[in-house]
Design a protein around this ligand. Structure first.
Ligand SMILES: Cc1ncc(COP(=O)(O)O)c(C=O)c1O
Length: 394
């Protein structure tokens, strides 16, 4: 895990030689809920320090009911699910297309103030490097400024997919402010050539995890644990037992080397750019909603142009109708869904979809080890064929 800190250009505070360290877990969802529990316990300790006995118990119960976790409305569902499991409230912060769907200082600050005005206690926030739907990146510099005003708010960086890109120096600027945050997680099994599952979680203060998750019954006591000679990862995670995931990570690192991993990331990002360029060349058929970003391009299909006769039937005089924008969106959503389903029904490539700010979207990612230019081109051709079919039927 210390090798990974160096390889990804993460802050030194995540190294095990200081107060931090890393632990390999099974999934980003597991990492998120683990951090939420640690954050919850840290906040409860803070709110109830110096109290004793029943008074303390009462205050703990009151505090628990007020705790709220948050994240932008682009975060993966693992965050609201984490709050569900940690049994706290959750608030989803709206983000805007004009900000690239990123969480900003203003967005976070407004949400924190709103929650406080409601009597709630914000204790945890997920920020994202590479949101699932769009690969959006939150504005870490601004979030780090807000963290200074709210030092007890646990900030977790969810980089489940795109964190792998940090292996290349040209993406490491994203990690510049991670030293201000409490934890960071990325899945090596998503884009960094390790078999499922290998989710790497790093914390700045391992004490936060250990003090929340340590329970030592007599049957787990042994001289090494008592002397502190070994790191007991059961205190850094939910289960007691662990798989030996470090071995497959070790094999991957030693087989590819850092340069091999960099080559893989750069090659697949380039393929994403190649796909986006093809799409740009057919602006009569497609719109790019976001990207290419970390090999992901998110597109919608342009609705077919209406004939003068159709416009007359619809009552669209001089191209003007009062709710033109809404109507255009509905038409685009319908044709995008139609093309998406038609391409997948052919069974040659399998694309995924999503809804971004009310827009139905097709998501194309080239981050697979076996991705090649010819397959990416073929996916584009299939999209063109099906979009042209829809246009010709209009
Ligand atoms: C940004 C992000 N976070 C979390 C997850 C959840 O990952 P896991 O299946 O490891 O829980 C995903 C999965 O796609 C993701 O893209």
């Amino acid at each position: 895990m210390d090798w990974l800190v160096q390889m990804l250009g993460l802050p030194e505070s995540y190294l095990s030689k200081g107060e931090g360290g890393g632990v390999i877990q099974g999934s980003a969802s597991e990492a998120i809920v683990t951090c939420m529990v640690a954050a919850r316990e840290r906040m409860i300790r803070k709110c109830c320090e110096r109290l004793e006995g029943e008074e303390k118990e009462r205050r703990i119960a009151q505090t628990k009911g007020k705790l709220v976790a948050m994240g932008s409305d682009m975060v993966h569902s693992a965050s609201p699910k984490g709050a569900l499991i940690a049994s706290t409230l959750y608030y989803s912060i709206p983000v805007k297309a004009e900000d690239g769907f990123a969480l900003t200082r203003k967005g976070l600050r407004t949400a924190l103030k709103e929650q406080e005005e409601k009597g709630r206690i914000p204790y945890y926030c997920t920020v994202t490097l590479g949101a699932t739907a769009t690969c959006a990146v939150d504005v870490f510099k601004e979030i780090a400024e807000v963290k200074k005003e709210y030092p007890d708010l646990w900030i977790h960086v969810d980089a489940a997919y795109a964190g792998a890109a940090l292996v290349c120096e040209e993406y490491q600027h994203h990690a510049k402010y991670f030293g201000e945050f409490d934890s960071f997680n990325f899945n090596m099994h998503k884009w960094l050539l390790v078999n499922f599952d290998a989710s790497c979680l790093f914390v700045r203060h391992r004490h936060d995890l250990i003090s929340a998750l340590t329970i030592t019954p007599s049957y787990l006591l042994n001289p090494s644990a008592i002397s502190g000679q070994v790191t007991d990862y059961r205190d850094w995670q939910i289960p007691l037992g662990r798989r030996f995931r470090a071995l497959k990570i070790w094999f991957t690192l030693r087989s590819y080397g850092v340069s091999g991993l960099q080559h893989h990331i750069r090659r697949t990002i380039k393929l994403g750019e190649f796909f986006a360029d093809l799409i740009k060349g057919r602006s009569d058929l497609f719109n790019i909603i976001t990207g290419p970003s970390f090999a992901l391009t998110v597109i919608s299909v342009v609705p077919p142009k209406k004939t003068e006769q159709q416009k007359l039937v619809n009552g669209e005089v001089n191209d003007f109708i009062p709710d033109a924008e809404q109507q255009h969106r509905e038409e685009a959503n319908a044709v995008t869904k139609q093309v998406y389903e038609a391409v997948n029904a052919r069974g040659e490539v399998f694309l995924t979809s999503g809804v971004i700010a009310g827009n139905y979207a097709i998501r194309v990612v080239s981050a697979n080890q076996n991705a090649e230019e010819k397959w990416v081109k073929r996916a584009f051709e299939l999209l063109v064929e099906e979009a042209e079919k829809v246009h010709s039927q209009a």
